[in-house]
Design a protein around this ligand. Structure first.
Ligand code: 5GP
Length: 181
């Protein structure tokens, strides 16, 4: 499989699209079992979670709704861990069963901050589903309830994840080649 150049960096295929979609199948089944009759409200964290959100939604047969939220938090290839606000988020979530959809949970700073901001709005419950999770980087106590794939501390792109805007459209997950020849 060919490597991909995005701006100044080179990425190699890491997890195939088929493998990622099989993992999304599993997460969808977990969520279906947990939320039957609860009409969950999914909140996809933009920009990265759009692809995971779409794949997940296609697999659900229970009544559910989806909306999206944007946060400003990340630049370059290491997490800055600062979330300022939920940009333009006016959804009423009081009494709702909320599932936050993330592309990746790294240190956990972003998701924990998002959860704090959402809990101020008194949802009935909040859980987290993430396409990718980096357990070695994770520094928080909050449980990431539904994880499609756990990965080591690689910087990855594809399936919604970008490097400076590029790579979101790649099928499957690609990882950064540290010292390309
Ligand atoms: P955290 O706050 O958990 O450290 O980082 C979460 C955010 O950092 C993610 O939503 C994502 O935007 C970004 N991030 C963390 N690791 C990666 C990675 O390997 N690739 C990309 N493209 N973004 C990442």
């Amino acid at each position: 499989m060919p490597t991909v150049r995005l701006h100044d960096l080179e990425f190699e295929p890491y997890i195939s699209e088929a493998e990622v979609l099989a993992a999304v199948d599993r997460v969808a089944a977990e969520i279906e079992a947990h939320y039957a009759d609860k009409r969950p409200l999914f909140i996809g964290v933009l920009n990265g979670a759009f692809a995971f959100a779409a794949e997940l939604m296609k697999r659900l047969t229970i009544d559910c709704e989806i909306t999206f939220v944007k946060v400003a938090s990340y630049h370059g290839t290491s997490s800055t861990g600062t979330v300022t606000d939920l940009i333009g988020f006016n959804e009423r979530i009081e009494g709702r069963h909320v599932v936050v959809l993330e592309d990746i949970v790294d240190t956990g700073n972003t998701i924990v901050h998002i959860l704090e901001l959402l809990k101020e709005r008194h949802p009935a419950s909040v859980r987290v589903a993430s396409l990718l999770f980096k357990p070695e980087a994770y520094k928080k106590d909050v449980t990431i309830d539904h994880v499609a794939l756990s990965i080591p501390n690689y910087f990855v792109v594809g399936m919604g994840l970008d490097h400076d805007g590029l790579g979101r459209n790649l099928r499957g997950i690609h990882r950064l080649i540290q010292n390309p020849q």
